[in-house]
Design a protein around this ligand. Structure first.
Ligand code: SF4
Length: 352
């Protein structure tokens, strides 16, 4: 049996049934692929279903406001994916006449779409023979052929792509790619059950006892620590409790999401330092000269390249602050539930 026949036979027995499988709508396939980048299938499935319900077509997504898209994305993390999705939908409507690009190169032009996603859309929606290469596929193929090139590098991508281009089923690239992805994630797992594997008799890693060392990965840099001190100013007005929030700007994490006014430092502040820095921050930003605050328990939020240590300073005011920066908005506590926020802010709001 050839590689693709063996793979297909395994897929027949063990392949997954997913809402975005067996369809050829490029918009829905694209949505699923962007959602599933850095997200587990179980979690991504709900988000995918919600997105296609709220935005059934690319025109609906393009017509939405970015805030609405971010709000629907809330909890998935890596918010640049949502912003790119929205920007690409607008691009398709404005520059492609509302037609989803149907060539690999055209798909690659979409913001947030890399080689892996372009190959997935091209093969699933348009039956074009581009192999998908994600972390699971790297693991399976590197073990099967004993390839020790460090993965997730440009050299590795070219090497694996050239190899898989010789193996891909050109009549059914969609099915081939779905099988490849499922095999890497369900059978050739980090700790695989090789006794049940249809490729066991030809697997180089198994024969040479290198299953545990392949694929070769380049060690990741240690995440950088950041300390966030949020100011949760509260006062009552018209019988309702209010606070101040602002949208994050600049090229940084959580751009476009709402947060409490933030004092950020490179090192952890002692109690004394925090008192001094908080006094300075409150004077500069809200012209508050004297105030008390209550500190929240510490929150730790782990991102791929950063570790965020957060504390929330709750300040009770008898009336609205007389001054606050222009970018800051007054929100009732009810309204804070309707704006997009990071998982960290959401966790804090839920502890109240
Ligand atoms: S024999 Fe084991 S390591 Fe080799 S491809 Fe199969 S599951 Fe992966």
């Amino acid at each position: 049996m050839t590689f693709s026949q063996k793979l297909d036979s395994w897929y027949n027995d063990f392949g997954r049934t997913l809402p975005w499988r067996g369809i050829d709508d490029p918009y829905r396939i694209w949505l699923s692929e962007i959602i599933l980048q850095q997200t587990r299938i179980e979690q991504g499935r709900d988000y995918y279903l919600r997105f296609v319900e709220v935005f059934p077509t690319v025109a609906d997504l393009a017509a939405a406001g970015e805030e609405q898209v971010l709000r629907l994305w809330q909890g998935l993390g890596y918010y640049s994916r949502a912003r790119n999705l929205h920007a690409a939908a607008i691009y398709i409507m404005n520059k492609c006449g509302g037609e989803f690009p149907s060539s690999y190169e055209g798909i690659l032009m979409l913001k947030g779409v890399g080689r892996y996603t372009a190959a997935a859309i091209a093969s699933f929606a348009f039956r074009l023979p581009y192999p998908v290469i994600d972390g699971n596929v790297y693991r399976f193929i590197s073990r099967l052929y004993g390839i020790a090139t460090p993965i997730a590098t440009d050299a590795a991508y070219k090497e694996f792509e050239a190899l898989l281009l010789k193996k891909i089923d050109r009549r059914h690239p969609d099915r081939f790619n779905a099988a490849l992805m499922d095999f890497g994630s369900l059978q050739c797992k980090p700790v695989p059950d090789c006794a049940q594997c249809p490729f066991a008799d030809e697997c180089v890693a198994l024969r040479t006892e290198r299953v545990g060392v392949l694929p070769v990965k380049i060690p990741k840099a240690k995440p950088r620590d950041r300390w966030f001190y949020y100011f949760d100013l509260r006062w009552k007005e018209g019988g309702r409790e209010h606070t101040l929030m602002e949208q994050r700007e600049g090229k940084d994490i959580w751009r476009g999401l709402y947060q409490f006014p933030l004092l950020e430092t490179d090192t952890e502040l002692s109690c004394r330092q925090l008192q001094m820095e908080a006094a300075r921050f409150a004077k500069d930003n809200f012209q508050l000269s004297s105030f008390d605050y209550q500190l929240s328990p510490p929150f730790l939020h782990q991102l791929t390249h950063r570790t965020v240590h957060a504390l929330f300073l709750r300040v009770e005011l008898s009336s609205p602050p007389a001054f606050f920066p222009e970018k800051t908005r007054v929100l009732s506590m009810e309204e804070t539930k309707n704006v997009p926020v990071s998982r960290l802010i959401d966790r804090y709001l839920h502890t109240l």
